[in-house]
Design a binder for this molecule. Structure first.
Ligand code: GSH
Length: 221
């Protein structure tokens, strides 16, 4: 049985959404954010104290985009993977990693210096600069999504899950109001997916059952 350690709406939402897309059985372990502060025992599972921590038999993974790639490749029959011989393979890998490395990183600075740091350490200039950085990086999606429903291979893939999470985080930060129409419509298509909704419901239900706050950390401040 797969075990996924998760915080509400954190990057571990990517593998959670993938598990729902694939219809795989899993156990979801919820933590208050950040786990390294609220649950020291978690450091034995992931010494970084970050989520996701993904356990599948002997396999231990802590990078959300890599877990999406792993799950998609392990279950090619679901069509969320793009094979290395496919002409769309380069686009697939590029967007899968773009979702984390380019679209999520600047938002973590917006979160940290806009919400997580104590008031005297907050930096409005950093918040605005990295909000703009994030929005400018969406430029590589905009023309593509004017003519396509999904990012590559003419179908929904793990790359859409990776980028989709970055858009979810942006919506928590209020940056979705600044999306261009093609990205806004794409974000609406992603949210309409049954598996996306099931993932939202699963994290809420697990939080309530496990005595963890069902509210995302970025909504608490
Ligand atoms: N690159 C990693 C980043 C993992 C990460 O930093 N996760 C955040 C949540 S979104 C975390 O657990 N932060 C808590 C901390 O840094 O203590 C990934 O994509 O999974």
């Amino acid at each position: 049985m797969i075990h996924l350690h998760h915080c509400i709406s954190a990057r571990s939402f990517r593998p959670l959404w993938m598990l729902e897309e694939l219809g795989l059985p899993y156990e979801l372990v919820l933590h208050d954010f950040p786990p390294r502060v609220h649950d020291e025992a978690f450091l034995a599972i992931n010494p970084l104290g970050t989520v996701p921590a993904f356990l599948d038999g002997e396999v231990r993974m802590t990078e959300s985009a890599a877990i999406c790639q792993y799950l998609a490749a392990r279950h090619p029959e679901a069509g969320l993977d793009v094979a290395s011989q496919d002409p769309a393979y380069g686009d697939y890998l590029n967007f899968l990693h773009f979702g984390e490395a380019t679209l999520t990183f600047p938002q973590t600075l917006v979160l940290r210096y806009g919400q997580f740091e104590p008031p005297e350490r907050r930096l409005p200039q950093v918040v605005e600069d990295y909000s703009r950085w994030f929005l400018s990086r969406l430029r590589s999606l905009e023309p593509r999504l004017e003519t396509r429903r999904w990012l590559c291979a003419e179908r929904f893939t793990a790359a859409d899950v990776s980028v989709g999470y970055a858009l979810l985080l942006a919506s928590h930060l209020g940056l979705d109001e600044r999306f261009k129409p093609s990205v806004r419509d794409y974000w609406a298509r992603l949210q309409a997916r049954e598996a996306f909704r099931r993932a939202l419901e699963a994290q809420h239900a697990a939080a309530v059952t496990q005595g963890v706050s069902p509210t995302a950390a970025m909504a608490l401040r």
